[in-house]
Every structure is written in structure tokens, then in C-alpha cells.
Design a protein around this ligand. Structure first.
Ligand SMILES: *Cc1c(COP(=O)(O)O)cnc(C)c1O
Length: 349
């Protein structure tokens, strides 16, 4: 399968650094960041802190490390974290909250990755030695398994108020926070101001090859820094990577709107196809989920068939398929994907 003909909709993590991004990486001024003297990393961290309206930020190798160093820095073993039952920290980070931080999870149900202030209030445990100590609420915006859902700012405000009233801290898993910002017109700091810490990814739709960041108070980031080292995430001349992230912040934020438009195009076309069920109105950003009729194919068979046609998607449930748009998929690419998926759905399977 030739790499450039293939339309790879498995994830926005498959994006490759562009020629200009690679040039920025080659030209980056670097130092030893573990010793604290990589100027490009320092510049990125200042930039992220400012963008989030926080005192400080730290560059880390991955979104999982951003979330898990934050969780470790906010909690003690025996604490409980309140999060959505579909959250990334629960499903896709190797069981880290229990393994690394000794925390239990109180998982809340809710359509599309959202939950309410009332649910948070109801989940906060009384101060009693029988119970785990409720400590932290985690919100994921956009919500990945929820379908790229944007958390309305008013819901964020209410959830934050409920958490604060119970004496809890708040962390924002903002792996795709920029998608939420582009979709709503809000600034990152408008969401971030309700949280004690924020993680964000440069390696998703922003198109950098590696890297995430955590933002928060100076004192909090000092603790995260310590856990980053402990978890093996201290990097040396990481300015090469920070340069890619800076390039992404300069050039790849506004264009996320194209990905959102392409996702809507794909969703609208899927809705017209036989054997496919999709909630088109639910496609708010760059993630498209849809279900295949059982009597036609399983999610896995569907994806295997289309992979042979150079259209790559991920089966994420027995009948469920995920397609994600990103900067390496053009409108032409989406149209090609639509044509091949349509042809397949109108065949005998
Ligand atoms: C991708 C993602 C992360 C981080 O994943 P890494 O692969 O560890 O970088 C965290 N949260 C959400 C919601 C994500 O989609």
C-alpha cells in the first residue's frame, strides 16, 4: 500500500512533521533540559503557561505522562478521582491511576463524555474513615470516546463549582483542547481557568511528532517536574521536539477548522450509506464514530475490507468504527474515502 495514496483516518496521531516543521526542528537552539538550559523548551513552556493563563508549564513526552504526573502530583494513595466512564485516563493509560498513584476511580456515566455538576456532588464521599478520600475531578475536552465532544463552558463552570464546594481539585485532560477552542471560538485560558492543571497534546491534530505539556501553578509544576523525572520522562536536547510544538502552535491551530469541516463532510456522507448508523449532529470536531449493521459486517471486517482499498479506520467495538480527520488528510482524501466506503456499503459485503 503506498503511503501517499492511503487515506489514514485511524487517528490524528498519525500526522507526520511537515517539511517546514522539520526545518524548525533542525534549526532549534538546544541545551540539556534536565539541567534546565534548553532555550527552546523554556520558550515552549512559557508560551503554554501564557496560553493557559497559568504560572508555569512543563514539556513532557506524552499525553499519558502529562495526565499521570498531574494525577500523582494532586493525590495521595487512597484518594479517589471522579471522571467520566469513557475517559482516556481510565481506558487508555494502562491502569496508571491505580498502578502509579494508588487512586480509585469513581466513574460517572453520561451521554457523549459529559457529566453534570449534580453527578459530581453526588459522587463526593463524606469525610468518614470508611471511604476513599474524594480528591480530584477530571474533565476531558474534547472528549475522545464521547465522539470529539466539546464541553460547553457553562457545564465546565458548574462542574468546577460543585468540585470546589466539595474541596476537590480539577484537572483538564485537554489532549484536544485546541479542537474545542477552534470549534467554539473560546480561548484556551477560558476553559483552563476553571482547572488547577491542564494537559495538552502537540502530537494529535497539531501535527508535532512527539510531546505534550502540563500547565498549572509554579508550585504544582515543581511537583510535576519531580514526577516527570521519576517516571523517566526527563529529556536532554528536547528543544528539537519543543521546536516542532512551537511550530504547531504558530501554524496548525486555525487550520483545525478544516479537519472539523472534513469530519462533517464524512459524517454527512456516511449517513446516506446503507448499513451505517451515525449521529451526524454529534460530530462537533474531528472525530467520527459510526456503527455497521451486524448482518453486513463487524467493525473489524469493515475496517479490514477498506484497508485493502487504502482507507484506514479503527474498529473500536464489535460494530463500531472510528475515523479521525487531521492535517494529513485533505478534502480530496476524504472524498476518496467516501467514494470507497460508499462502494463497499452498496456491495454484498
Ligand atoms: C491521545 C490522548 C491522550 C494522550 O495520549 P498519549 O498517546 O499518551 O500521548 C490523553 N487524553 C486523550 C483524551 C487523548 O485522546
Amino acid at each position: 500500500m503506498s503511503a501517499n495514496k492511503c487515506v489514514d483516518l485511524r487517528s490524528d496521531t498519525v500526522t507526520k512533521p511537515s517539511a517546514d516543521m522539520r526545518r524548525a526542528m533542525v534549526e532549534a537552539e538546544v541545551g540539556d533540559d534536565v539541567l534546565g538550559d534548553d532555550p527552546t523548551v523554556i520558550k515552549l513552556q512559557e508560551r503554554v503557561a501564557e496560553m493557559m493563563g497559568k504560572e508555569a508549564a512543563l514539556f513532557v513526552p506524552s499525553g499519558s505522562m502529562a495526565n499521570q504526573t498531574s494525577i500523582r502530583a494532586h493525590t495521595q494513595p487512597g484518594d479517589e478521582i471522579i471522571a467520566h466512564e469513557g475517559s482516556h485516563i481510565y481506558h487508555y493509560e494502562g491502569g496508571a491511576p491505580s498502578a502509579i498513584s494508588g487512586c480509585s476511580l469513581c466513574l460517572l456515566p453520561g451521554a457523549r463524555g459529559l457529566f453534570s455538576a449534580e453527578q459530581v456532588t453526588g459522587a463526593i464521599r463524606p469525610q468518614d474513615s470508611h471511604f476513599a478520600q474524594s480528591r480530584l475531578v477530571i474533565v476531558e475536552n474534547t472528549h475522545n470516546r464521547g465522539g470529539g465532544t466539546v464541553w460547553p463552558l457553562t457545564t465546565v463552570e458548574k462542574v468546577a463549582r460543585a468540585a470546589r464546594a466539595g474541596g476537590l481539585l480539577l484537572h483538564l485532560d485537554g489532549a484536544r483542547l485546541m479542537n474545542a477552542c477552534v470549534a467554539t471560538g473560546h480561548k484556551p485560558a477560558e476553559f483552563a481557568k476553571h482547572f488547577d492543571s491542564i494537559s495538552t497534546c502537540f502530537s494529535k491534530g497539531l501535527g508535532a511528532p512527539v510531546g505534550s505539556a502540563v500547565a498549572g501553578s509554579t508550585e504544582f509544576i515543581r511537583r510535576v517536574h519531580r514526577y516527570r523525572k521519576m517516571f523517566g520522562g526527563g529529556m536532554r536536547q528536547s528543544g528539537i521536539l519543543a521546536a516542532a510544538a512551537l511550530y504547531a502552535l504558530d501554524h496548525h491551530i486555525e487550520r483545525l477548522a478544516d479537519d472539523h469541516e472534513n469530519a462533517k463532510l464524512l459524517a454527512g456522507a456516511l449517513a446516506e450509506m446503507p448499513h451505517v448508523t451515525i449521529d451526524v449532529a454529534g460530530v462537533e470536531t474531528n472525530i467520527v464514530y459510526f456503527d455497521i449493521d451486524e448482518d453486513f459486517a463487524s467493525g473489524r471486517q469493515f475496517c479490514d475490507k477498506l484497508e485493502a482499498e487504502e482507507i484506514r479506520m479503527l474498529p473500536i467495538g464489535p460494530q463500531r468504527v472510528r475515523a479521525v480527520t487531521h492535517l494529513d488528510v485533505s478534502r480530496d482524501g476524504v472524498e476518496r474515502a467516501v467514494a470507497r466506503i460508499d462502494q463497499y456499503c452498496r456491495s454484498k459485503g
